[in-house]
Design a protein around this ligand. Structure first.
Ligand SMILES: Nc1ncnc2c1ncn2[C@@H]1O[C@H](COP(=O)(O)OP(=O)(O)OP(=O)(O)O)[C@@H](O)[C@H]1O
Length: 250
């Protein structure tokens, strides 16, 4: 996977958010799910966001990535001052050009082969057909699916499906990669494969990887662990990833 655009340097901020407030209507009342959250993430870092169910993790990711408008606060990202001041079309374009998403449920198209799942995203971005096929093949090989290019999701295991989803995301070399519980539907071994790929996206490609998880086994791969509870960040620790974990990613 060759970089197709300039990424920020390792250590540069990819996202800086201040004072995010998100409320949802619940009957006649509003519940405040994010209570003035400040958040940042840097290129080259694997930043984990951990916290109990309902603490606001997915809502935070959605507010950072332009999917869910917060009532208050701002998100500065890459060269954009205040994402939420842009038109919805430009927010969509920002996401398409710069962000990758990986979810627990894989979100693959049932009718498409592994190769087509990746190709279709690259073509949608405007890449010529031949280049898209080449890039998609290369990325699927990189995630260890060189022998499964022509399989549809029904013929793939859960771990293989998640690797297709990751290839689809990595093929466009995103500057920011959001992963929401990427390992929770996988067994331990497949979970390790997935987290290694995310680690590599940060270390080798300089992506800012933001990974929401419940899984304490993933912590050893992180450069930073942020804990959120009831819409408030209660802990933010920079740590050195376990060298064995980092080495194992190569
Ligand atoms: N669209 C919505 N409308 C109303 N309430 C919502 C909506 N989306 C989320 N919530 C509520 O906001 C709170 C936080 O949800 P969120 O999905 O961000 O939590 P989470 O930490 O990601 O949880 P989990 O680990 O279970 O995925 C929950 O109480 C949830 O019910």
């Amino acid at each position: 996977m060759s970089p197709t655009k300039t990424h920020g340097k390792h250590g540069d901020f990819a996202i800086e958010a201040k004072g995010l407030v998100k409320r949802f209507k619940s009957g006649k009342a509003f519940i405040e799910v994010l209570k003035g959250v400040d958040f940042d993430a840097r290129h080259g870092d694997l930043t984990m966001v951990m916290g109990p169910s309902g603490s606001g993790k997915s809502t935070l990711i959605a507010a950072l990535s332009g999917l869910l408008r917060p009532e208050e606060g701002r998100v500065d990202t890459l060269d954009i001052d205040n994402l939420w001041k842009l038109s919805s079309g430009r927010i969509d374009r920002f996401r398409l050009d710069n962000c990758g998403f990986i979810f627990q449920g894989f979100n693959l198209f049932p009718a498409l082969t592994a190769l087509q799942q990746v190709e279709v995203v690259l073509k949608f971005q405007g890449m010529p057909k031949g280049d898209a096929k080449r890039q998609a093949t290369e990325t699927l090989k990189e995630v260890g699916l060189g022998a499964r290019l022509n399989q549809r999701p029904s013929a793939l295991s859960g771990g293989e499906k998640q690797r297709v989803a990751i290839a689809r995301c990595l093929a466009k070399n995103p500057q920011i990669l959001f992963a929401d519980e990427p390992t929770s539907a996988l067994d331990g071994e497949n979970g390790q494969v997935v987290i290694r790929l995310l680690r590599r996206a940060a270390t080798e490609h300089g992506a800012a990887v933001i990974c929401v998880t419940h899984d304490p086994r993933l912590e050893e791969w992180a450069d930073r662990v942020i804990k959120i509870e009831d819409g408030v960040i209660i802990d933010d620790q920079r740590r050195t990833p376990n060298p064995d974990a980092t080495l194992a990613s190569h």
